[in-house]
Design a binder for this molecule. Sequence first.
Ligand code: PLP
Length: 355
Amino acid sequence: MHRRPRLLLSKQALAENYRFLSDRSGSAECAASVKANAYGVGIAFAAPVLWDAGCRTYFVAYLEEAVALRALLPEARIYVFHGPTDNLEPWQTHRLCPVINEKTALDSSEWLTLDPALHIDTGMSRLGFPPNQLDEVLAGIPIDSFSLCMSHLACADEPSHPSNEEQRARFTAAAAPFKEAGIALSLANTGGVLLGEAFHFDLTRPGIGLYGGSPDPSAPVGFQSVCQWQGWVTQVAHLPPDTPVGYGGSYVTSREQVILTVSVGYADGYLRALGNRAAVAIDGIECPVVGRVSMDLITIDATELWARGHRVKTDTWVELMGAQISVDRLAVAGDTIGYELLTRLGARLERQAIA
Ligand SMILES: *Cc1c(COP(=O)(O)O)cnc(C)c1O
């Protein structure tokens, strides 16, 4: 028989990561970035857990994500990073707060009725107003129209990068009128939280750490593993030496080897780049992925496992990512970051919340 790969989602790990980041945020409120379906983990899973852990403010990228979140959390404050759309009505209906990133959003005052945030660009050149445009942008607008003044760090995953301190200083200066008016300030993502108190201001908005990933996967922070990703062993083959394995025969057995076929592939988000590079864990023992990753299958060398007396059978689960094969490790093996691995977790996975 066969089974789809599955994701076991730990409520406890998510709540612990939130509490850790909230503690590390000191006196600042800890919000949650839950864009992209809570980084692929699943918004319907994540939102209630975060709410129960004490999180009251949330950030998403798109209006549609905010509407979906509102259905889950009737009382949360919800900010939308990408800002206004072509229609005010859903924002009013669902009590959503846009982040104002560009001037046309302020041409009429209607978006100011929604307790928006203002985004200042302090060195990323991606979204927001450069500090030298603020006077012009805000002319004639009561500053207390805004509920939040924010900026975003470009290099928080590199704690010693000089840009962090430069952005902090620029933000402190540019946001001073907001601070004087008693409006909350926010700069820190996960990396920013870890940079220390000077970066926390009034509100932090981590994402990746909540879901178990580190800003820099090659410098693991040690967040709890939220996603236990498992594949099903569908075949156990004892192959003679010189047998090619998988597409293109990119791997060839060098001796008599035990090769497992496991149900997961790049269509599920198991990146093709992981072929011949990653490992899976079976009963705590790591076995390398050999050959190319196919759309729906991978092949694993379990020869060592057998040599140690573990007679792995078909119809068992193996860990693709989880407490042992961390999202950070898998990201490094795939030459990417945890953010990309998580947000690519496929729609085909069976998802199951666990305590
Ligand atoms: C995604 C995002 C965050 C969260 O960043 P992490 O690195 O995942 O903690 C915070 N702020 C903005 C503007 C973002 O786009």
